[in-house]
Design a protein around this ligand. Structure first.
Ligand SMILES: [Zn+2]
Length: 346
């Protein structure tokens, strides 16, 4: 196969940041994706519909002229989110969901939820209004091994929430373990999961073997090969509960290459090409379109995109570094060769 034509995909989990740096990353996403679920973990977090719409207008300003990319906004669920805000979300088509970060789980998650029982009235309102809950599924308990935090979150919290709110639609974001895949697969159709390109392509050796490679440090952290294999199986299975979400998360190079580096891998520069590499390696390129372009839209009850994109088999070298405001960032596969390239839309 030399050319691959796909319905234009969407990115169901994306970090765009803000300010001048955002202007450098928005065009990467716009080039490939029709829509993206934009994460709210700015500082301070995006916690109200009003804040989300102002942030959205800044994103639209950074959108290259003549493109139709649509940012779908999310609110940051905090201990003090009023249940009333959920009605406003339900009435606002540009705000799609709320994101639950356990406090301290990842970048800018200090404002996250400390006590899940405290947000039950909000979850109840979300269930009633049909607003999806997006979950960073890791406990933050320092006693729990970092490689086990996803499984422990599912056992201690997520299974209970799913049972208590049987109509609530939930996305287990950036699922990284066999256990997470199993949980999603065994749950009803209202529970889905996003899968990142980097978790499909790499296991923890990329981060730790032969030297620490901080640009592979992300949360949830890369896991062992048997987990990567389970993710790849889920992504290529055709099961509509699994869909594309890059979790592309840019940081300035100096904050990654540091004694206490930030979590996040940057993949937006070549996201669909990276997924194509992973699917091709699994012999499942024919499953890429549904995963990238259909399942997420269906889960969110949005129309599928109508435009198409074309990937061509041709080798190209990923830049060593990319501009990021007044800093620079190191993308995944920096300086390496990719085998699929996005060409202009048909
Ligand atoms: Zn994320």
């Amino acid at each position: 196969m030399q050319r691959l034509t796909l319905t234009r995909p969407d990115d169901w989990h994306l970090h765009l940041r803000d300010g001048a740096a955002m202007w450098d990353v928005v065009p990467h996403t716009v080039r490939q994706f029709g829509r993206a679920i934009v994460m709210p973990n700015l500082k301070p977090p995006i916690a109200t519909v009003a804040d989300a719409l102002v942030y959205r207008s800044r994103i639209l300003e950074a959108r290259p002229a003549g493109t139709a990319f649509e940012p779908l906004m999310t609110l940051y669920l905090t201990d003090s989110t009023p249940p009333d805000e959920i009605r406003r979300v339900a009435e606002e088509p540009n705000v799609a969901a709320l994101k639950l970060y356990p406090a301290g789980a990842t970048t800018h998650s200090e404002a996250g939820v400390r006590r899940l029982e405290g947000i039950y009235p909000v979850l109840e309102a979300m269930e009633r209004h049909g607003v999806p809950l997006l979950v960073h599924g890791e406990v933050t308990d320092p006693d729990v091994d970092i490689f086990d935090r996803e499984k422990v979150f599912i056992d201690r919290h997520l299974a209970g929430i799913a049972a208590r709110f049987p109509e609530l639609r939930i996305v287990l974001e950036h699922v990284t373990t066999r256990d997470g895949v199993q949980f999603v697969r065994d749950s009803g159709p209202r529970i889905g999961a996003t899968l990142t390109a980097h978790h499909l392509l790499y296991n923890r050796n990329a981060l730790l073997a032969g030297g620490v490679r901080p640009h592979f440090y992300c949360l949830p952290v890369l896991k062992r090969e048997s987990h990567r294999f389970a993710l790849l199986e889920a992504a290529t299975s055709g099961n509509p509960k699994f869909f594309l979400g890059t979790d592309s998360a840019p940081h300035p190079r100096t904050q990654k290459e540091s004694a206490c580096g930030c979590a996040g891998c940057y993949t937006a520069h070549a996201a669909i090409e990276l997924y194509a590499e992973a699917f091709e390696a699994a012999g499942a390129l024919d499953k890429l379109e549904a995963f990238a372009s259909f399942h997420g839209a269906d889960f969110y009850r949005l129309p599928r995109n109508r435009e198409r994109i074309v990937l061509e088999r041709s080798e190209w070298k990923v830049p060593e570094r990319l501009p990021f405001g007044d800093a620079e960032l190191i993308p995944v596969k920096a300086g390496e060769t990719l085998h699929w390239r996005l060409v202009e839309p048909t």
